[in-house]
Design a protein around this ligand. Structure first.
Ligand code: COA
Length: 435
């Protein structure tokens, strides 16, 4: 094989030149969060804006940058996005009819990619090459390996500011078609607002988490509040989909040491890390965190190997059956399934495990109850009635798993906001389920 530095120089180009290689009709794949090659995608979008391209599709997930094809509907037909998880960045386009979505459990995305998708190019932002010719996939390793298996070309963005994950996937220079160098600051998420409601909810859940438990925290203010409430615990472990800022805090304060895990002892396991410079600094060259493919990390059969596995996720609304909607308000898309079900199932199968779906009892300034007799028509069921375990609001904890419809309904009404309890009881009686 040629000298790695000679190979590197042969393949080195610019984002604009790489974008000029893209042809109409191409499908471009990328993984999530900070692995997205912003400069290349923006350069391709600029070409589409100039009318040089049509029919280009870019597949995305949990986008960390604003993309023109999600913001500007005049690009429809020139360049469009398809999202595996329609979070804030893609929501407007999905609801506006100029972006598509792929439903699925996060753990299954690598197998969906391997069975159903073929990419003209896959583009990934990685950290600089090491002395053996390898680039670390850095903070995201969710389905990148599957993308690399199903693409005609591999383009890399080398961002000097990306941390190097020593226990994660690597790609060798020999597998790369072209690359360019860049140097921009990584995106950070605004810190969660810990208001009184989320702090109360965090406190209820923290009381039910024993020392030595293994935790997963999902996306949103409530999981962050639980993180904040766990600082006085001991010997916690982390096996999670998203490695968050509150987890770094738990490691720094000594609450997490991963010593009681049954798998990956003394190491945190995740499939991506995203949110703050503190996270990126923690990941850099740190063997204490493993960033592994999502078909392994989110497999309930792997998750449940750790005893006392605790999963904490949020919801938009829950009905009397305990059906959890975390993705839409009626037919309006808000989010994706992500790994919620993966962790609900993994936690419930773990010895001593518990899964919590937690949310404030009301939305929109107290005008809407998030506990409802039936879900808003068109709502997407994320976690089914058969999988749900604990549901928590600022008014308490309902344990639904294994319980009858009547018991679920009574427990849920008891943790609904007092302003809505009479109305909910009336609806339950009307349907004959307050037995
Ligand atoms: N009716 C109407 N509007 C509602 C509502 C309801 N029942 N519930 C929430 N909303 C509104 C909120 O007011 C807010 O509106 P705004 O953006 O105008 O302020 C918006 O919907 C988002 O709600 P919020 O509760 O603030 O969301 P969050 O940031 O706490 O995230 C989820 C909650 C459910 C969207 C998020 O956890 C998610 O994406 N989950 C799915 C995937 C998942 O759980 N993955 C887990 C592994 S990481």
């Amino acid at each position: 094989m040629k000298d790695i530095h000679a190979l590197y120089n042969e393949k080195l180009t610019s984002a604009a030149e790489l974008a000029s290689r893209v042809e109409s009709g191409w499908l471009i794949g990328m993984d999530n969060a900070i692995s997205q090659p912003k400069d290349f995608i923006n350069a391709v979008s600029d070409r589409a804006k100039k009318g040089e391209l049509s029919g280009v599709w870019v597949q995305t997930m949990l986008d960390s940058y604003p993309y023109a094809f999600y913001e500007d509907d005049s690009l429809n037909g020139k360049i469009n996005g398809i999202s595996w998880f329609s979070s804030a960045g893609s929501r407007k386009a999905v609801n506006g009819g100029y972006a598509d979505v792929v439903p699925g459990y996060y753990r299954d995305m690598p197998s969906h990619i391997r069975s159903s998708w073929d990419y003209d190019t896959v583009a990934i932002s990685v950290s600089p090459m090491d002395s053996h010719g390898y680039f670390s996939l850095s903070c995201t390793n969710s389905y990148a390996e599957a993308l690399l298996d199903k693409t005609k070309r591999v383009y890399l963005e080398i961002n000097r500011q990306l941390p190097r994950a020593v226990r994660g996937s690597q790609i060798h220079i020999s597998r790369v078609d072209a690359l360019y160098e860049t140097d921009y600051a990584l995106p950070v998420l605004p810190p969660a607002k810990l208001d009184e409601t989320s702090t109360i909810i965090g406190g209820y859940i923290a009381e039910m988490i024993p020392d030595g438990a293994c935790i997963q925290l999902g996306i949103g203010a409530i999981p962050d509040a639980v993180g904040a409430a766990l600082k006085s615990k001991h010997d916690l472990g982390i096996h999670t989909e998203m490695f968050t800022d509150s987890m770094v805090e738990l490691i720094n304060c000594g609450a997490v040491n991963n010593s009681k895990k049954q798998t990956h002892r003394y190491r945190s396991v995740t499939t991506f890390a995203f949110g703050s410079q503190r996270i990126y600094d923690y990941v850099d060259d740190n063997p204490a965190i493993e960033i592994l493919p999502v078909d392994y990390v989110n497999d309930p059969a792997v998750i449940c190997l750790n005893d006392n596995m605790i999963s904490i996720n949020a919801a938009l609304e829950v009905d009397f059956w305990g059906q959890v909607c975390a993705e839409s308000i009626g037919t309006k898309h808000v989010s994706g399934s992500g790994g919620q079900v993966d962790y609900v199932r993994g936690a419930c199968q773990s010895k001593g495990g518990k899964s919590f779906i937690a949310f404030p009892s009301t939305a929109k300034g107290g005008t809407i109850s998030k506990i409802k007799p039936i879900l808003t028509p068109g709502a997407i069921v994320t976690t089914s009635k058969n999988d749900v375990d604990y549901v928590v609001t600022e008014f308490g904890v309902a344990h639904l798993r294994g319980q009858s419809l009547a018991s679920r309904t009574k427990q849920l009404i008891a943790i609904a906001h007092p302003d809505f309890r009479d109305e909910l009881t009336f609806e339950a009686r009307k349907r004959g389920i307050m037995i």
